[in-house]
Design a protein around this ligand. Sequence first.
Ligand SMILES: Nc1ncnc2c1ncn2[C@@H]1O[C@H](COP(=O)(O)OP(=O)(O)OP(=O)(O)O)[C@@H](O)[C@H]1O
Ligand SMILES: [Mg+2]
Length: 315
Amino acid sequence: MHKTQTQPRETGVAAGAAVHLTGLRKHYGDVRAVDGVDLTIAPGEVVALLGPNGAGKSTTVDMILGLTRPDSGTVSVFGSTPAAAVAEGAIGAMLQGGALLDDMTVAEMVGMVASLHHKPMPVGEALRRAGIADLGVRRSTKLSGGQKQRVRFAVALVSDPDLLVLDEPTAAMDVGTRREFWKSMYEFTNSGRTVLFATHYLEEAEEFADRVVLMRSGRVVADGSVAEVRALAGGRTVRAVLPGVTEPVIAGLPAVTGYELRGDRAVLSSADSDATLRALLAAVPGARDIEISAVGLEGAFLSLTSEENTEETGR
Ligand SMILES: Nc1ncnc2c1ncn2[C@@H]1O[C@H](COP(=O)(O)OP(=O)(O)OP(=O)(O)O)[C@@H](O)[C@H]1O
Ligand SMILES: [Mg+2]
């Protein structure tokens, strides 16, 4: 329903894209885990994939990595299939709850993954970048949850990939570890590499992503720059009963960044509620029960991703 929803880009862009998804679908029985996702990520972009539990983030990520086969649609990674991109070491991945090998030390495990690739980075460097240089000789059974996450990060980094795909990378990390993690991510992205990460933390998306893709019920419901998401956060919500109003009237109001219309009841997101309200009263003289409230990033996120919010509007 949000106006910044992505339109599929031209195929010219797709040819050089880091990730290009078209009409991607995966259903499990009646559950539409991913229900028609089109997404193009350019090389060098850092993209946050946000959405509530069950939105389809992990399923999308798994299809990008070639771990899950789509029911329909296409996935290409740097113009290749996921399997080819993974085999070339072009993708590094950190999965939600990916297993670690019990009977190995951290350095052995990262070294084993490195040995599978043509041009890995030195194991020591991967450990350093992941902030676990001092844990190389530790067995994986003796690691805390946050340390395990950092080992997974070292495993993702060691092939020196062009694309990092991270599914909730900081889930088990404390605040300090999380900060360290993002610092080393900066090191990685500053060299022009592409990152797609799924997260529940809005502040991480705001701080570290160039672009935010919001998913709900298997679909992309909003896709925009961090600045656009910030604009949403700084806006207001205008609620009103608007007898006889039509969608084009609402969509044409100034400063409206998103809207929902159910019968006569409208909920508008506005970047400038004064301007919106003046135009609204002129366009719909019968408007009544008007309410204006501030909306935070959290609120914008919730309104865009809530299950009740079933109406979609394109640009
Ligand atoms: N292997 C599977 N078999 C059956 N249903 C599945 C399977 N994997 C995912 N699903 C369902 O598909 C939907 C999307 O799940 P997915 O794991 O992609 O969500 P998510 O956005 O990653 O959620 P979370 O934030 O909780 O990690 C959910 O309803 C989930 O129950
Ligand atoms: Mg998930």
